[in-house]
Design a protein. Structure first.
Length: 202
């Protein structure tokens, strides 16, 4: 999997060195890593977070790099990009495990008003996990896929956190998500019908 990191350097923010975006195979992007420096001078990445709906005191990651080796490799690429910054912008890339981009989808039905299901994406056999995608129903009654995003408190501007870059990959990804959603709905309906059918006495 080829990847690219784009960094944006900041100054005068204590241990905050800047922000980084991670682009996967020029097809999918994860925005908003905070680039931070620990007390012993090591650079680390902190993904953006959202407030938990179940426990408002908790904050959860929009996405996570679960594979330690990949996380270390991307952190090194970010450090390199920081060193090569021109005009506070830098870029670096790499290739991890010589595999093409692959993904799996988990759809969990959670019907609540216009909110129909939560969606989790797993790239590279679970090395990267994306949370907070969802399926909603609009005012016309049409179902649609929503990628992770948030609204800035100061400007009320909507910021996209993770999303497909190309129209082709966007269509492919959304088609796979909706297909799994429809299968889950059909399965739920069948199970509901089966529960309602009384057992015949022998």
């Amino acid at each position: 999997m080829e990847y690219k990191v784009q960094v944006y350097q900041v100054e005068g923010k204590e241990n905050l060195l800047g922000f980084a975006n991670l682009v996967l195979e020029e097809q999918f992007v994860l925005n908003g890593f905070a680039i931070k420096e620990s007390r012993d001078g090591k650079v680390y990445l902190e993904p953006p977070r959202y407030q938990s709906y179940q426990n408002p005191q908790d904050y959860l990651d929009y996405f996570t790099i679960r594979d330690r080796e990949l996380r270390e490799e991307i952190t090194e690429a970010v450090s390199l990009a920081l060193q090569q910054c021109e005009g506070r912008k830098g870029e670096a890339g790499g290739n991890w495990e010589d595999e093409e981009l692959n993904y799996e989808i988990d759809v969990n039905l959670k019907k609540n008003g216009s909110f129909l299901a939560e969606v989790r994406l797993r790239f590279q056999d679970g090395a990267i996990v994306v949370n907070e995608a969802a399926i909603y129903r609009n005012w016309k009654g049409e179902s649609f896929v929503s990628m992770p995003h948030r609204t800035r408190k100061d400007t009320k501007e909507i910021q996209n956190i993770c999303f497909p870059i190309t129209s082709e990959f966007s269509a492919e990804l959304k088609e796979c998500i909706m297909q799994q959603y429809e299968e889950k709905v059909e399965q739920q309906q069948r199970e509901g019908v089966n529960r309602q059918i009384p057992m015949r006495e022998k």
